[in-house]
Design a protein around this ligand. Structure first.
Ligand SMILES: *Cc1c(COP(=O)(O)O)cnc(C)c1O
Length: 396
């Protein structure tokens, strides 16, 4: 038995089966490459769902983390620390907003945004007590907490976790008339993914995000943009909403904000929105810790330079063009180095074959494969992977 196979037995037996992982056991990683416990090399075309946008063990991020490990790692928000203010200032500047609220996981960021919107609704907009509603979209994925899965329409994510949190209304993604019809005087927010990642890297119809922006402004409703997976360079721009020149009221950031090192999330908005919180009304022991802030600061510095966004836009266009001509591909969705490969056949055998060929990519739903390499990928590395994607498709 290989080392990998032995290790997999341990996970199978002792870890809850909440995932259906490819049969690979990763031991080391660098840039776009990972090695398994038996020394086999793979190109990572998933990037931990965009958490590793800047490559595995990005040297600048690892150096910044190591430096901070030798200074101070955790104080809680009971005290201020020397990375906190600078991170808050730098992140808000990147977002062209003036306030942020740091959390850890993406789901906590989403929960924080929902709490922000409800509190804003009652205290600023004047919604009657207990009546606030938030509009969400069919096919959404915003995380795994009991409130968030309450408004998921994916039966796997939703079933048998009730009773569910009320106060959410679902409309079809991309349907501005349905959205307009769902908004009423008690609507406090529209919560949207600018591109739906888990649903299959679905890009909304052109003009939709702008129409949502206009509707939210008209109706005095907060536009909450969940950029956790779509943002921070993935779609070829700093934020996926930038494609339509849209600035939401609230950004939710996560995944790549932690540089592939640790969970770092944040809600970013203006003072008239995040200013609703007073001491004691929300919090997190680990949110905004020194190590997270140090890494987050380096992520913001990297994003300000723009090289990853540029690489994603340029190589992404090339990747989309090539993928469209591959056998068995009905259509390709997505933007930048982020593609949903929608097949006329089952996706799992293709991702399993890809693994044998040295490329790690995961299916999402039955017939879609998501491709999302680290944004540090070179043209040569991308060609290497695409050649194997084409071969795996030709064989299945
Ligand atoms: C991954 C994801 C989340 C949840 O983030 P976690 O860190 O897994 O809690 C929320 N929204 C979107 C769009 C995501 O892709």
């Amino acid at each position: 038995m290989t080392v990998s196979a032995e290790l997999r037995t341990l996970s199978d037996e002792h870890a809850a089966h909440t995932y259906h992982p490819l049969p690979v056991v990763i031991a080391t990683a660098e840039g776009v490459w990972v090695h398994d416990a038996d020394g086999r090399r793979f190109l990572d075309m998933l990037s931990a769902y965009s958490a590793v946008n800047f490559g595995h063990r990005n040297p600048r991020l690892v150096a910044r983390a190591k430096e901070q490990l030798d200074r101070v790692t955790l104080v809680s928000r009971a005290f201020d620390h020397d990375q906190f203010g600078p991170f808050a200032a730098e992140l808000t500047a990147l977002c062209r907003k003036d306030m942020m609220l740091p959390m850890n996981s993406g789901a906590e960021g989403v929960e924080t945004a929902i709490k922000t919107a409800r509190k804003w609704g009652y205290e600023v907009k004047g919604v009657p007590a207990g009546q606030a509603n938030v509009i969400v979209f069919a096919g959404n994925f915003h995380g795994r907490t009991t409130t968030i899965i309450s408004f998921s329409d994916d039966p796997e994510a939703h079933e048998h976790y009730g009773p569910y949190t009320p106060g959410f209304r679902t409309v079809p993604y991309g349907d501005i008339d349905a959205l307009r019809a769902a908004v009423d005087g008690s609507t406090v927010a529209v919560l949207i993914e600018p591109i739906q990642g888990e649903a299959g890297v679905n890009v909304p119809p052109p003009g939709f995000l702008r129409a949502v922006r206009e509707l939210c402004t008209e109706a005095n409703v907060l536009m909450i943009d969940d950029e956790i997976q779509a943002g921070l360079g993935r779609a070829g721009t700093t934020f996926a909403a930038d494609h339509e020149g849209v600035v939401p009221d609230v950004y939710i950031l996560g995944k790549a904000l932690g540089g592939g090192i640790m969970p770092v999330s944040a809600v970013v908005a203006d003072q008239d929105v995040l200013g609703v919180f007073k001491p004691g009304q929300h919090g997190s022991t680990f949110g905004g810790n020194p190590l997270a802030c140090a890494i987050g600061r380096e992520v913001v510095t990297i994003l300000k330079e723009g090289t990853y966004q540029k690489n994603s836009a340029e190589l992404g266009a090339y990747m989309h063009e090539r993928l469209a001509g591959f056998p068995g591909v009905s259509y390709v969705s997505g933007r930048g180095l982020w593609a949903g490969l929608h097949l006329d056949r089952k996706a799992r055998p293709v991702s399993e074959r890809l693994m044998e060929l040295g490329v790690l990519a995961k299916e999402t739903h039955e017939t879609t494969i998501r491709l999302a390499p680290p944004l540090s990928i070179t043209r040569e590395e991308l060609d290497w992977a695409l050649e194997r994607v084409e071969r795996a498709l030709a064989e299945h």
